[in-house]
Design a protein around this ligand. Structure first.
Ligand code: EPU
Length: 356
């Protein structure tokens, strides 16, 4: 039986610890409970918002309608031959616990994605990525409930249209489906991916690092630079790394020789937003209840007592300053939920790329 709470606080369910309430809140621990939640919303004509770990959302205000927390569990081997292992994971499983469990089973391939907060079901939406590996590289398919019919549909990798921090779930399928399980292709053969310079440097002393060593090293790197949400509320990167035309990147590089560039294709180059924000002087800046982390300029933090509007105003001011100095437009990485009333923030589409 699903329990529906009314006028429920969401502060404990978002890693920024922002104050917000939902008209109704429930937890769905199975596909059947998810159907019950959808029926409740349909009867009352309530809009639906889906919440996983709350680690990639900004509550800009209160949320109208029903918020459904997805808690569908289960990790099982469902196939594979030779070295390959197919693993099906319930959408509500904690991502990092999954990475650790996979390592214990000697199922390799997720180690570079260690210590990313959030749930397995949210991973495909932004195609989580870190230290040279993206979810898309390990992804086989997912199951999702279609909101119009309540049917479970299966989408393969091509159908998910993964890009850098992007997928079909931020576009055509936004608000159309709820992810209930994902299936990943892992391997019992270790094949460490050590291209990311910071990772390669950190492992330089080890001859052939094991996946366990890669995971432990990444945990240490992340712990050094990224604040623990339990101590200092945050959502990791607040902006995407901008992808711009090669010629424009080269012009910037000529002016700023120490700007790191990451080639994406013949036409496009990715820049570290952290570098732009840092160079613009925002690193470690505190504005009352919110601020920019002092060890990673891409992370905004909430010191307590603030609101989503405070954070979004700071983000808008940073983006405007970066645009003025470097002529590069920053885009928010997390999704924004709830009504926004910050003067100059263009709210864009609910849950989408959210341009500042
Ligand atoms: N840099 C600075 N100042 C800073 C931090 C970084 O100038 O305060 C520069 C450095 O030159 C560094 C470059 O920015 O070489 C890149 O920094 P880093 O390696 O820390 O990575 P990032 O681009 O800031 C991205 C992801 C992270 C992911 C790391 C590691 C995005 C938006 N962010 O950050 O993902 O952990 O790479 O792969 O792509 C997240 O999405 O929440 C997240 C934390």
């Amino acid at each position: 039986m699903v329990n529906f709470l009314s006028r429920a606080s969401l502060q404990g369910f978002n890693t920024l610890a922002l104050p917000a309430s939902a008209d109704y809140l429930c937890t769905a621990s199975s596909v059947d409970e998810l159907r019950q939640a959808l029926a409740f919303a349909r009867q009352r004509k309530l809009p639906i918002t889906v919440l996983g770990g709350g680690s990639n959302i900004i509550f800009a205000g209160d949320v109208t309608g029903l918020v459904i927390r997805i808690a569908i569990s289960g990790i099982e081997k469902v196939g594979g031959e030779g070295d390959s292992v197919l693993v099906r994971v319930g959408a509500g499983e904690n991502w990092h616990q999954l990475v650790l469990y996979a390592l214990q089973q000697h199922w390799y391939g997720l180690e570079n994605l260690s210590l990313i907060p959030g749930c397995a079901g949210a991973a495909p939406i932004q195609n989580i990525g870190a230290y040279g590996v993206e979810l898309a590289q390990r992804f086989v398919s997912l199951e999702a409930m279609a909101l119009d019919s309540g049917d479970i549909i299966t989408l393969d990798r091509a159908a998910c249209r993964f890009g850098y921090r992007d997928s079909v779930f931020k576009h055509e399928l936004k608000g159309q489906v709820i992810i209930t399980a994902i299936t990943l292709a892992l391997s019992t053969a270790a094949n460490p991916h050590l291209d990311y310079p910071e990772l390669r440097d950190a492992l330089a002393a080890i001859d052939q690092p094991t996946p366990q060593q890669v995971s432990a090293t990444i945990c240490a790197l992340r712990q050094r630079k990224l604040p623990d949400p339990a101590e200092r509320p945050n959502v990791g990167s607040f902006f995407k790394n901008p992808v711009i035309p090669v010629a424009q990147a080269q012009q910037l590089k000529d002016k700023h020789p120490d700007l790191p560039l990451y080639p994406v294709s013949d036409q496009q180059t990715k820049l570290p937003a952290a570098w732009l924000i840092d160079r613009a002087g925002w690193k470690g800046v505190r504005r009352g209840t919110v601020g920019v982390h002092d060890r990673q300029a891409l992370v905004l933090v909430h010191f307590g007592g603030g609101s989503g509007a405070d954070l979004l105003q700071l983000a808008a001011d940073i983006a405007a300053d970066v645009a003025r100095r470097f002529n590069v437009q920053l885009e928010l990485e997390p999704a924004v939920i709830g009504a926004v009333d910050v003067g100059r923030v263009d709210r864009g589409q609910h849950n989408a790329g959210f341009r500042l």
